[in-house]
Design a protein around this ligand. Structure first.
Ligand code: PSU
Ligand code: MN
Length: 310
């Protein structure tokens, strides 16, 4: 049997060898979530935020069939500029690797890769969820089912308002995924700090979140946690201002017959245009905020693992 084509960057390998905290990062946000060149700037900035908070970033992608855990600057730049990179979820990750392809990992695929590499904490912007009109389209992101089966704690800014947030929370509950709002009772709505919905759980400190993650491990419970970290107040866009824009973007997607994997990237791009870039500014602020919290959780987890020896 040949070895799994998985390579850790020198920085990630060194961090893991010395038992220091590591935070996984996805690459679909770079290739499909933000325009060039902001995507590259943000990818670098987020990595530096994690380093600044005392952890090591591991941006994950498939390049020429190899699963890379940690990218160097040239690899980041190539991904950021690439035009037609595949968007890989659970369904297509192995196929891409088997055929020597190149692709960016979504939340689901990044969780799988992180677990394979021994990384337990992952920061992103927003997870995929149940799309509006899912009762007809059946469009439910594989991210939700991944959270139910792969033991990685994902820090996100809640679910995007382009989704049906209420149905997304219902599916997470059905799947047994802990949804934990940070520092507030309401479930955050990505570009806005609050949604009208209450989060099922609330925690105010990184150490508590790390303990809950660790407890699940001790209980051999499969699946991760969704940490819903609100966007900083000074960067948010009011939900009322966004509502008509989201409705417009959704209507445009319907008119153009956008389906499947293309839906999330299309809506993000359309909202970027309709808000004249404000959605991107907010997106950047929330991803960086999530990266810093993830680094703290990863640090707490290292401490906890040392103390308990497991
Ligand atoms: N949220 C963002 N930007 C993104 C995504 C989510 O703010 O780029 C990406 C993530 O990679 C997520 C994916 O896993 O969209 C969900 O896609 P889908 O809805 O097709 O499962
Ligand atoms: Mn989908």
């Amino acid at each position: 049997m040949t070895a799994l084509p998985l390579i850790r960057s020198a920085e990630v390998a060194a961090a893991m060898a010395s038992d220091t905290p590591v935070v996984a990062l996805e690459s679909t946000i770079i290739t499909h979530g933000m325009p060039y060149p902001q995507n590259l700037e943000v990818a670098r900035q987020v990595e530096n935020d994690i380093r600044g908070a005392g952890a090591t970033p591991a941006t994950i992608a498939v390049i020429d069939g190899t699963l890379h855990i940690g990218l160097d600057d040239a690899q980041l730049e190539a991904l950021a500029q690439a035009k037609s990179v595949a968007k890989l979820s659970r369904a297509d990750l192995a196929a891409c690797m088997a055929t020597g392809g190149t692709g960016a990992t979504t939340v689901a695929a990044t969780m799988i890769a992180a677990q394979l590499a021994g990384i337990e904490i992952f920061a992103t912007g927003g997870i995929g969820g149940v799309h509006r009109g899912a009762e007809n389209s059946f469009d439910i992101s594989a991210d939700l089912m991944e959270l139910a089966q792969t033991r990685v704690t994902v820090v996100a800014a809640g679910a995007k308002a382009i989704l049906d947030v209420e149905k997304t929370l219902e599916v997470l509950e059905t799947q047994g995924v802990p949804v934990i709002a940070v520092g507030q009772d309401s479930f955050p709505a990505f570009w806005s700090a609050h949604s009208p919905l209450k989060a099922p759980l609330r925690m105010d400190r990184a150490a508590e979140i790390a303990r809950a993650h660790h407890m699940r491990g001790q209980m051999a419970l499969p699946g991760g946690q969704l940490i819903a970290n609100p966007i900083p107040a000074d960067s948010e866009i009011a939900a009322e201002a966004l509502a008509p824009i989201i409705a417009q973007a959704q209507a445009d997607a319907d008119v153009h017959g956008i389906r499947g994997k293309a839906v999330t990237p299309y809506l993000l791009q359309r909202i970027f245009e309709l808000t004249e870039g404000r959605s991107l500014t907010a997106n950047i602020a929330l991803v960086r905020n999530n990266a810093r919290l993830a680094a703290q959780i990863a640090s707490e987890l290292v401490t906890l693992t040392r103390e308990t020896g497991s």
